[in-house]
Design a protein around this ligand. Structure first.
Ligand code: 6R9
Length: 644
């Protein structure tokens, strides 16, 4: 990327921004030289029951221990609700926009507080106690935010499972953390279709004896089975309990939530976030990254099933007293103007979405965007995967009409909130670059041996010191936490991403360097898809890699070796795709299946994925060294029979 492609800070944005360049630099310097003083001040953005005096106590060495604000106490829900009531009880907290464009509603802070208190009382009546885990399996309805906050209010740990996951995926996530309760709905709605949540939940719970109670939100009124003694309707129970509830005092380091995410090996990990540090990070980053000013309408299009929904639909915006929009639907229903129509309808000022959505909408041309006004827009954001410059420029020109800075926010489930991102009034933009680290974030690029690479260079992206929003452990498996993130490069948090740093110190994320693929911004471990495939009786072996995909960023390419005597047919190919959808969920369905009589392996039996990636990407001219393969002939066959 040439340096000519720099988009300067817009003076009209900088003039009113929370941080201009000088302020950003001053904050960055202070956060790195005096973290205790900096975060000791910043943590006052929350309302503490007991103000912390111990600010930072962290080490990335040995057993790895991360504690922030450890002698402080607070309640996350009280920070999102109660403390706003006096000043903005009647302000809209959540604008909910339904799948059906005629369906929307506004919930004030006072109303949201009441709903949360009622569900907190319902959960308590169901026997849920402080420290218990509650799994949430809901679509994008207001009750999803209510569920998170009600758990936080009683000190229960929520574990949200994306509504698109299969019964099996739900079951394994319930079993891993031993949830005592499940909050779900009769059915979800998306793009004019219904999602059978309660049916899926019932299927999953057959193997989840820890779940003693199921609270069901009535959404469609569809006919669902209720198991007496276990299942209750939220609206019935909520009517029986008081509309007030005293928030439980939590230590800063008490768990707030678990969120399962894919890694390069094994089953998904339960990423654990705690209360104080996460809330400080959510509030701090939401305010600065989006330059949020009171009264603005803010919309993040993510699903609450992902970390982006946790931090930037619920906790960050509500901690800051913002008006946050929750959208039940999809970008192309009823038409591809939907996003822009919603922006006009609710006068959205800040809009945060994913590159995959932008690329999909680009295909339809400019007309569906241009027929809307979008005059309310001030800031645009991007998250989930690298945004290619072409999509960046379209977003800037067609959607933002060059008026709106684009904040390309790089972060992970593990990081709790954005780490590398522009600030609207401070950072000159380079399309495709996540730009600079936030105050408190120390990125470091290292080579394969962990040696720091200085200056303009490319390497493995690590973070050298802790920030308040960092995950604390893998639920129930601290050894896996240490192994996954701190053993590759000693004393450093390894992100799993590669990055380039240019002459201006700007970071360009190049994507995962491990066996994680990013499909439409959703993280998928290749190992998960492989184990789903080999669970099918016709499959002997499978190897899965990502390949470049115009819309999704990466698609899923599976090499499948069948058991002896099974014929490779188109019908079987379809069956395997359906199988994976059912085993994991629609987001894991392979785009391409290639029959592989053999897989390229080293003499020690390790599959050489590098070669499989090249074949999938149709870069068969540059396969590299194949001399270490046990049987190089396998590669010739795979190249000749390339699918897709
Ligand atoms: C927030 C979220 C994390 C992975 C991460 C990276 C990729 C996210 C990005 C980005 C380039 C960005 N990623 N944002 N890559 N530029 N702005 O997406 O969390 O689902 O855990 O995914 O997504 O590869 O490591 P998560």
């Amino acid at each position: 990327m040439s340096d000519a492609d720099i988009v300067p800070v817009k003076p009209e944005i900088a003039a009113h921004a929370l941080a201009n360049r000088a302020r950003y630099e001053e904050m960055y310097l202070r956060a790195s030289s005096e973290p205790e003083a900096f975060w000791g001040e910043e943590c006052k953005r929350l309302t503490w029951m007991k103000q912390p005096t111990k600010i930072k106590n962290t080490t990335f060495f040995g057993d790895v221990s991360i504690k922030w604000f450890e002698d402080g106490t607070l309640n996350a829900a009280a920070n999102c609700l109660d403390r706003h009531l006096a000043e903005r009880g009647d302000q809209v907290a959540i604008i909910w926009e339904g799948d059906d464009p005629n369906d929307s509603k506004k919930v004030t802070y006072r109303e949201l507080h009441e709903q949360v208190c009622r569900l907190a009382n319902v959960l308590t009546a169901q026997g849920v106690k402080k420290g218990d885990v509650v799994t949430v399996y809901l679509p994008m309805v207001v009750e999803a935010a209510v569920a998170l906050l009600a758990c936080a209010r009683i000190g229960a740990v929520h574990s949200v499972v994306f509504g698109g996951f299969s019964p099996d995926s739900l079951a394994s996530r319930v079993q891993d953390c031993g949830s005592v309760a499940l909050i779900t709905a009769d059915e979800g709605r998306r793009g004019g279709r219904k999602v059978a949540l309660k049916v899926n939940a019932d299927e999953a719970l057959k193997t989840c004896p820890s779940v003693k109670s199921v609270v069901v939100v009535k959404i469609t009124g569809g006919d669902v089975a209720m198991q007496p003694g276990r299942d209750v309707w939220l609206h019935e129970e909520a009517a029986k309990v008081p509309a007030t509830h005293e928030p439980v005092e939590m230590n800063a380091e008490d768990p707030l939530f678990i969120l399962y995410t894919s890694g390069s090996t094994g089953k998904p990990k339960g990423v654990l976030h705690t209360t104080g540090g996460y809330m400080v990070w959510a509030s701090f980053t939401h305010q600065y990254v989006f330059d949020y000013h009171p009264g603005e309408v803010y919309w993040c299009t993510a699903d609450v099933g992902w970390v982006t929904g946790h931090t930037y639909i619920v906790y960050g915006p509500l901690a800051n007293g913002a008006t946050t929009l929750m959208f039940e639907g999809v970008p192309n229903y009823p038409s591809t103007s939907r996003f822009w129509e919603v922006i006009d309808k609710h006068k959205v000022n800040i809009f945060y979405t994913a590159p995959t959505a932008i690329r999909a909408l680009m295909r339809d041309g400019e007309e569906p965007v241009k027929k809307t006004s979008r005059k309310s827009l001030r800031i645009l954001g991007s998250v989930g995967e690298p945004i290619n410059p072409e999509a960046w420029h379209w977003y800037d020109r067609v959607v933002g009409e060059h008026r709106c800075p684009i904040v390309d926010t790089w972060w992970q489930t593990e990081t709790g909130g954005a780490l590398i991102t522009p600030l609207p009034g401070a950072t000159a933009l380079k399309p495709g670059s996540a730009t600079l680290p936030l105050p408190g974030v120390k990125p470091m690029l290292v080579d394969g041996e962990g040696h720091e690479l200085r200056g303009a260079t490319e390497g493995n992206l690590c973070i050298a010191d802790s920030w308040p929003g960092q995950m604390r452990t893998v639920y129930g498996d601290h050894a896996r936490f240490v192994q996954t993130y701190f053993s590759t490069f000693k004393g450093l948090y390894f992100t799993g991403d590669g990055a380039r740093r240019d002459e201006d110190g700007y970071y360009w994320i190049t994507g995962r360097v491990d066996d994680v693929i990013n499909v439409s911004g959703h993280r998928m471990g290749t190992a998960e898809v492989e184990s789903a495939l080999v669970a099918h009786q016709a499959v002997a072996e499978a190897a899965v890699v990502g390949f470049p995909h115009d819309i999704k960023g990466q698609g899923i390419y599976a090499y499948v070796t069948l058991v002896a005597d099974v014929e490779p047919t188109d019908a079987l190919r379809k069956e395997l795709i359906t199988w994976v959808r059912k085993e994991i969920g629609p987001i894991a369905a392979p785009d391409v299946i290639q029959w592989a009589p053999g897989l390229p392996k080293t003499r020690s039996g390790k599959i050489m994925r590098r070669i499989l990636r090249k074949i999938a990407a149709n870069e068969t001219e540059s396969l590299g060294d194949t001399s270490t393969l046990a049987d190089p002939g396998v590669v010739t066959d795979l190249v000749e029979n390339r699918a897709g």
